[in-house]
Design a protein around this ligand. Structure first.
Ligand SMILES: Cc1cc2nc3c(=O)[nH]c(=O)nc-3n(C[C@H](O)[C@H](O)[C@H](O)COP(=O)(O)OP(=O)(O)OC[C@H]3O[C@@H](n4cnc5c(N)ncnc54)[C@H](O)[C@@H]3O)c2cc1C
Length: 445
């Protein structure tokens, strides 16, 4: 049996292990951390995530969608919380469409179980990959507890070791003509846990993603299964009136929440005490190419880490699995062909999901509370309802379809240009759902 090594048992690595085991490969995963199912540690960054159509497709293709569905909370739209504590609901898509809040640790642990159960994959913990000989498929390892070094040899190696991939850093970056860039955005994030009510019920509607947009920064909240919400504050690290470096003591934190997110503060008046429970973290976009060398391929964040503002990092990593799997169906075991086609076809989509994520950062931060933006979305939704063959809103293309990210990005740009002109029509606020507007869009298409 051909041997496969996967570096990293995170979300993508553990899913890819299920795929490769099912395909009949002998799979070993090396994971730097202890087993999250046994150790009392979090699965890393964000506690919960939004899973959407592309992610589900990858899970369903390998037959584990239903196992994850039982752990997922549907969110059918956004609820915006303004300064006066007014709420505005905006559906994400058509009726019946939703994105799903899932627990990173819960899903990761489940997929590890499935990888072991379905396909006899072996996961070795506390094993850090320190380098890879890409031509020979030799993976160099260090036990993070004993410091002991060892190596393993495989026919194929998949680096699923995340945004700061050791395989990319230690092996790929030493290769001739390997391109690489790493850009941190100005903003960082800090997570906060909004506990359940005493009776275990939710303090907010659990079937929506809550956003407190405040111009240059925002707070969001996604429900957990236990009645709590994981909330994330995104804001500049420094150099702004509202920035993390200004929230440097309990009084400042307390005052900030009281004055900026009054309804949130009411639910969590002890916010200042919980402030340090989770670290302040940074966000980066990492681009690189090629994604394969010799016997090794980069997948997920290792290939195309992005900022989390479209909720597509994991989804795009899962889609890498779908794409690689489809290529396996096409080329059998001709891995030279599979790797070549994987990186050529997928790289534009990796770039596009990063561009889309930055775009949505601005949308969430600056526009979701803007009446003209909400009007634009209403016009688009109405037009798309009447002409589903002519217009699918960008958010739906990205979140509720499997259209290539690169294609969605291009279509979205054309749609935006059209809508800019439509919003200039006189009296647009009153005629937004008229035949006149519909005809103007049809003409512009
Ligand atoms: C705040 C935040 C919110 C997010 N929200 C969403 C969301 O709503 N929806 C969404 O789709 N995406 C979201 N993402 C993105 C998502 O978290 C990532 O895209 C996803 O985790 C990528 O999975 P991965 O398996 O490639 O990497 P990771 O999940 O980072 O897993 C990498 C694994 O490799 C291990 N590892 C690292 N180095 C080594 C080494 N040298 N040797 C051995 N093991 C190693 C790590 O311990 C880890 O287990 C969010 C990200 C952040 C930061």
């Amino acid at each position: 049996m051909e041997k496969v090594v996967i570096v990293g048992a995170g979300l993508v690595g553990s899913l890819w292990a299920v795929y490769m085991s099912k395909a009949g490969y002998d799979v070993t995963i090396y994971e730097r951390r202890p087993d999250i199912r046994r150790a009392d540690i979090s699965a890393g960054k964000s506690i919960n995530l939004a899973l959407s159509t592309r992610g589900w497709k990858a899970l369903d293709t390998v037959g584990i969608g239903d196992e994850i569905r039982s752990m997922a909370i549907p969110m059918t739209g956004r609820i915006m919380h303004d300064m006066e504590s007014n709420l505005t609901y905006q559906p994400y898509g058509k009726e019946g469409q939703a994105i799903y809040s899932i627990s990173r640790g819960g899903v990761n642990a489940k997929m590890m179980d499935l990888a072991e159960k379905h396909g006899n994959a072996v996961i070795k913990y506390d094993m850090q990959c320190t380098n890879v000989d890409v031509k020979a498929g030799i993976v160099h390892l260090k036990n993070t507890i004993t410091g002991e070094t060892s190596s393993d040899t495989a026919n194929l190696v998949f680096a699923c070791d995340g945004a700061f991939s050791g395989v990319r850093y230690n092996a790929f970056q030493k290769l001739d003509r390997f391109n690489f860039s790493q850009n941190f955005v100005e903003d960082g994030y800090r997570e906060l846990l909004l506990p359940a009510n005493e009776d275990g019920s939710y303090k907010l509607d659990k079937n929506a993603l809550h956003i407190w947009p405040r111009g240059r920064f925002m707070l969001i909240a996604l429900a957990n299964e236990d009645g709590s919400f994981t909330c994330t504050l995104f804001m500049p690290h420094e150099n702004h009136e509202k920035a993390f470096d200004r929230l440097n003591d309990k009084a400042a934190v307390d005052n900030f929440f009281k004055t900026t997110f009054p309804d949130f503060y009411e639910m969590m008046p002890n916010i200042a005490d919980a402030w340090e429970d989770h670290p302040l973290s940074s966000l980066a976009i990492v681009r690189c190419y090629p994604w394969t060398a010799g016997k090794v391929a980069l997948m997920g964040d290792a290939a195309h880490a992005t900022v989390p503002f479209y909720g597509q990092g994991m989804n795009s990593g899962f889609e890498d699995c779908t794409i690689m799997w489809e290529l396996m169906q096409k080329h059998g075991k001709d891995w030279e062909k599979i790797f070549s086609e994987y990186q050529i076809s997928r790289k534009p989509d990796g770039d596009a999901v990063q561009d889309l994520s930055i775009h949505n950062y601005h949308v969430m931060r600056d526009f979701v509370g803007d009446p003209m933006f909400l009007l634009q979305k209403k016009i688009e939704a109405k037009f798309s309802e009447n002409h589903p063959d002519k217009w699918m809103p960008l958010y739906s293309q990205v979140t509720f379809s499997n259209i290539r990210y690169s294609e969605a990005l291009e279509v979205g740009k054309r749609q935006d240009a059209i809508m800019k002109e439509i919003l200039k029509m006189p009296n647009i606020k009153n005629i937004w759902d008229s035949k006149e507007v519909e005809n103007a869009i049809l003409k512009a298409l």
